[in-house]
Design a protein around this ligand. Sequence first.
Ligand code: PEP
Length: 251
Amino acid sequence: MVRRIFIAGNWKMNLTLAASLELAKGLKEQLAGIRDVDVAVCPPSIYVQQVAASLKDSNIGVGAQNVYHQAKGAFTGEISTGMLLDVGVRYVILGHSERRHILHETNEDVNLKTLAALASGLTPIVCVGELLSEREAGTTEMVVREQFEGSFANVSADDMKRCVIAYEPVWAIGTGKVATPDQAEEVHFSIRNLIEKKYGKEIAESVRIQYGGSVNDENAKEILAKPNVDGALVGGASLKVESFVKIVKSA
Ligand code: PEP
């Protein structure tokens, strides 16, 4: 089974509206010929509508960085799946380590959001990954297993096929300390085994598992060459046209 490589840029809480539109314009121009890699950008939610409009006739999808699980009502400050879809968003990053560790999102929160995203038709990019202390304690596999089981509780086999998982070791995010291709492959392989145990081989083979953590235009090719690495979730290097385009092209 050949899984299409999927490169997504997580702009986090960066850029102005003008800079977001400038970046989108540059990517649209320079990635116009790319057909065999899926590409998405995830701007801050306040800019998604305009970025999505500017990328409308392009091969670049737009994602959000978070969503709330309820459809509507008295949830001040939150945004629903329907609102994201309404303005042209197709993907949503869920359970990013910054949301888990700074904003204290639990596996249960991530699970509610994953179920809501799937029910709405959005494609969730669900992040898992261990802290440095957890890796050093030898508990990486256990931590990732708990995050996987918690985040995907009650997700049906049909829905699982539509999910994307991003393995993002927390110690590698924004630190410049990238996991070695072998370290990434080892965890990706164990995630694929978790999917297989719960959903069977066919689905495990179809789910895309991205690596995230200090991916740049110099290290992307080697990481993406690993058999269980199906793409990348890119933070810092997605903020510049040149580096993001190089990463996409190296795939
Ligand atoms: C991320 O934003 O998910 C990320 C991996 O960031 P960076 O590439 O900057 O480490």
